[in-house]
Write a protein that binds this ligand. Structure first.
Ligand code: X8Z
Ligand code: ZN
Length: 604
């Protein structure tokens, strides 16, 4: 009787153990789990992407409803899979498998908790915020209404301070109603991040870089310290010139720059005030890409074809026919779309790649087309990898590819594609400061902005910034990092961060900071590899198959290895560094230091 009893107990223990999570897991369990995730992604992924594509291409009540529903379902299933992946934490696994599990556990931006109501609520808020930005417009009276593109038209080109201020403040009205929704979304996302085992959203966002979050953040700050003297010199010079143009009442001779006169809605690029801040050598010929695009009467599609040709010259495969059929290149007149440029990998197994962009025929958008195609050719390079490995080595790599090619839009390249004559290209190269200044007004100016944006967001995530100081802390950071200030008092009734796409859109922004730094490291290393001996700003990798192979090899790795491995494959280095960007702009920095000698630079 006793024996029978203990046998029954043993059977009970065995049965109960095998029916819960404490079951001993094996590698083959991991394999079947990964296969399941792969299959689910194949079925749910493309439909969820289509729902999202429709909701950004036709912003309507119903398209938002469908996108939110897919968002919720996708989110819940991803969290379930992340939790399942965590059950293999104690298993000793090959690196590749461990990496796949980690990617499944950490691949979230704004995770929902495993709760139907909260998952529904956060998905609705996300969709609402996206639509509020996409539909954003402001009327001063019933006959005086503007959307973002109309406001940008003014900010980018007007020199009338009153008109500029009106457009600058007008666009920021769209932020106000986002504030409470944004805070509620962060509250739910924080719960989601904690459920996944992270110490909140900041920890989740910065744990994706193959090193502890804190170490990564220290790295980004370290590089900023390297680049800051160049930025400070530029800020000082631009302030002087804008002060000369606008006078003390608009631009003070010392301190910070007012945000509305910088030629960009967010002050993140000052290229549009180039003519105010730099006097070109009268003997040099300057190349104005916007005028060339106009003179050649290029269509939007032709601009994309020229950018595609750059990639083809490096040996990349052409884009599929469906790219040309399904992409959006121009702003539709009869419906509302999210105009902020984006690149889509809708159905990786069928190479359904698209961009969505309201292209304007100017230099800025010509460069942005290269940026977007960088994403597209990255997708194409890694789409035959397993689903979990389809991603950039880190998100900064994804942002850097197109920008890297844009660094090669040199006068010589423009000559090669028949935009300018050889004589014009040579004449333009006679004034390197002019070329570098134009580049720096975009490439250097954006750096502190790309760093401060997520510092603000991280403050919200950790709770250091609260509802009471949302807007003031935004401006404190803009002042500290960029030396830019708001042109008028901005109280807490405003939500100025909401007027930037990536805040309501929940797109992490540190990726652009990484890209702005890494693209120069890539460029310098490729130019060395191909044996280019002149100054870095004259080097173009156009038509160079050797550079093409190096880039493609890196892209084809997707996120299958730590980013440092991918970085090393191209540059031979494993760490971020400000040295390449400083080398690139060295002649300009020296010139600026001379110009600034008698000026009192810096700001409090
Ligand atoms: O958002 C973008 C791209 C899409 S990934 C157009 N960029 C950032 C921005 O516009 O703020 C590119 C540069 C920075
Ligand atoms: Zn991008």
């Amino acid at each position: 009787m006793n024996k029978l009893f203990s046998l029954l107990i043993t059977i009970f223990i065995l049965v109960s153990c095998s029916s819960n999570d404490s079951e001993i897991k094996t590698i083959s369990d991991v394999e079947s789990f990964l296969e399941k995730v792969e299959q689910e992604n194949k079925t749910l992924g493309p439909v969820a992407s289509s729902a999202s594509w429709i909701s950004s291409n036709f912003i309507t009540y119903d398209s938002q409803k469908i996108a939110a529903d897919f968002g919720k379902r996708y989110s819940l299933i991803s969290v379930e899979r992340a939790n399942e992946a965590a059950t293999f934490d104690d298993l000793d696994l090959p690196d590749e498998m461990r990496r796949k599990l980690n990617l499944i556990k950490g691949g979230f931006v704004m995770p929902a908790p495993l709760d139907d109501a909260l998952a529904g609520e956060i998905a609705n808020i996300e969709s609402e915020l996206g639509a509020m930005y996409g539909l954003g417009s402001h009327c001063f009276d019933e006959n005086d209404c503007y959307d973002l593109e109309a406001f940008e038209q003014i900010i980018d080109s007007s020199r009338n301070p009153e008109e500029l201020l009106k457009a600058w403040t007008g666009w920021r009205e769209i932020g106000k109603p986002m504030k409470d929704k944004y805070m509620r979304m962060v509250e739910i996302g924080d719960l989601g991040a904690r459920d996944l085992g992270y110490d909140g959203l900041t920890d989740l966002w910065f744990s994706k870089y193959d090193m502890p979050a804190e170490e990564f953040l220290e790295e980004t700050d370290r590089v900023w310290e390297e680049v800051k003297p160049l930025y400070d010199a530029l800020q000082c010079h631009v302030r002087e010139k804008l002060n000369e143009h606008y006078g003390d009442d608009i631009v003070p001779a010392e301190g910070m720059l007012p945000a509305h006169v910088l030629g960009n809605m967010w002050g993140q690029s000052w290229a549009n005030v180039y003519d105010l801040v730099f006097e070109e050598d009268p003997n040099a010929v300057s190349i104005n890409l916007t005028s060339l695009i106009e003179e050649k009467d290029l269509t939007e599609r032709e601009m994309v074809v020229i950018a595609e040709d750059f990639f083809l010259s490096l040996g990349f495969d052409p884009l599929p026919e469906t790219f040309w059929e399904r992409s959006l290149f121009t702003k539709p007149q009869d419906r509302n779309v999210v105009c902020h440029a984006s690149a889509w990998n809708l159905d990786p197994d069928n190479n359904d790649l698209r961009i969505k962009m309201c292209i304007q025929k100017n230099e800025e958008d010509f460069v942005t087309i290269h940026h977007e195609l960088g994403h597209i050719f990255y997708y194409q390079a890694y789409n035959d990898l397993p689903g979990v490995f389809r991603g950039g080595a880190n998100d900064g790599f994804h942002e850097a590819v197109g920008d890297l090619l844009a660094l090669s839009i040199t006068p010589d390249y423009l000559n090669q594609i028949g935009f300018v004559t050889k004589a014009e290209a040579e004449a333009a190269e006679q004034d390197p400061i002019a070329l570098l200044m134009k580049q720096a007004l975009d490439g250097v100016v954006s750096i502190p902005w790309t760093l401060m944006l997520d510092k603000w967001r991280s403050g919200i995530f950790t709770g250091e910034i609260t509802k009471e100081n949302l807007n003031s802390s935004w401006w404190e950071l803009r002042e500290k990092y960029q030396g830019i200030t708001s042109p008028m008092e901005r109280g807490e009734e405003y939500f100025d961060p909401g007027a930037k796409y990536h805040i309501p859109g929940n797109t992490p922004y540190t990726r652009y900071y990484l890209a702005k730094i890494m693209q120069y490291q890539f460029h310098e290393s490729l130019c060395n590899d191909i044996g280019f001996e002149g100054p870095l700003h004259e080097c173009s990798i156009y038509n160079n198959p050797e550079a093409g192979v190096k880039i493609r090899n890196m892209l084809a790795m997707g996120q299958s290895k730590p980013w440092q491995d991918a970085f090393e494959a191209l540059t031979g280095e494993r760490a971020l560094s400000g040295t390449s960007i400083l080398n690139y702009y060295k002649p300009l920095q020296e010139w600026l230091e001379k110009e600034n000698e008698s000026r009192s630079c810096g700001w409090e």
